[in-house]
Structures are given as structure tokens and as C-alpha cells.
Design a protein around this ligand. Structure first.
Ligand code: AMP
Length: 141
């Protein structure tokens, strides 16, 4: 059995506005913001507003809302960052590579020939993240 949802995980705090983030999209069901240690330029995280640790406890509807928003963000990111492709990943439990225990989908724009950076290898500068968020927000309109 996976552990119970921890209401003090870092993404729950972002959702409650207790921690800052570079928000790019929000609707009734989901929230999306930039990964501050991006594995590619424009790396975005899409999370459900409903509390869910991962795929093992999320409702099918909430998972579908996250997938729908990721689909929208992928299309916008292709334009915003002149990407050649998109990698979507979603990790579950430590054995599955999960580090933050509020379900999230990674949407990572890709350029031909550019490998993904390893996870959490480098914190991006605030001014770069601000400009990146502005570009993605504009492409989502
Ligand atoms: P995962 O391995 O799928 O749980 O990945 C967690 C992701 O959250 C990593 O890509 C981190 O770079 C990212 N991350 C951690 N803290 C923050 C934060 N405060 N704001 C945005 N992204 C974060």
C-alpha cells in the first residue's frame, strides 16, 4: 500500500499559495507551473488541485484533467520554445522515480540532439524562469 497523502508536501504548499512558483496555467481542476530545476528549457509541471499522491490514489477524472492540461501545454510549448518534440513523464512512488508526493506530470519541450539534463541537476535563474513563464503564458492564449 502506498503511503497516505501528505498535506505538507511542497506542491500542496504551492497550491495553497504558501510557497512561490512560476505559474503558467490554472483552471478549475489543475494548476501548472515551471520546474525550477528544468531538465529542458520550458520544463513544466501539471498537477491536480485535488489532493493525490500519485497515479495509485488519484481519481481517473483528476488524472484525465491533468492529461488534458498537459496536452494543451505541450501544444503551446512547441510554439513558445520552437521545440522539435515533447517528453511527458509521470513518476509514482520512490521505486518509480517520484520525489515530490503530489501527483505531477512533467511536460518537457525537446530540441533535436539535446539530451534531457539529469533530474534536479541545476536550479534555473529567476529572470530566466520569469521570461520562460511569460512566453508559455502568451502561447497558451
Ligand atoms: P519527481 O521526481 O517527478 O517527483 O519530480 C519532482 C520535480 O519537482 C523535480 O523535477 C524538481 O526539479 C521539481 N521541483 C522541486 N521543488 C520545486 C519547486 N519548489 N518548484 C518547482 N519545481 C520543483
Amino acid at each position: 500500500m502506498p503511503a497516505a497523502y501528505d498535506t505538507n508536501n511542497i506542491f500542496a504548499k504551492i497550491l495553497r499559495g504558501e510557497l512561490p512558483c512560476y505559474k503558467v496555467y490554472e483552471d478549475e481542476h489543475v494548476f501548472a507551473f515551471l520546474d525550477i530545476m528544468p531538465r529542458s528549457h520550458g520544463h513544466t509541471l501539471v498537477i491536480p488541485k485535488a489532493p493525490a499522491r500519485n497515479i495509485l490514489d488519484v481519481t481517473p477524472d483528476d488524472y484525465a484533467h491533468v492529461a488534458r492540461a498537459s496536452h494543451k501545454i505541450a501544444a503551446a510549448a512547441m510554439k513558445a520554445f520552437e521545440a522539435d518534440g515533447i517528453t511527458v513523464q509521470q513518476f509514482n512512488e520512490p521505486a518509480g522515480g517520484q520525489v515530490v508526493f503530489h501527483l505531477h506530470m512533467h511536460v518537457m519541450p525537446r530540441k533535436d540532439g539535446e539530451p534531457l539534463l539529469p533530474p534536479a541537476s541545476r536550479k534555473e535563474e529567476a529572470k530566466v524562469l520569469e521570461a520562460t513563464a511569460a512566453k508559455l503564458i502568451a502561447a497558451l492564449k
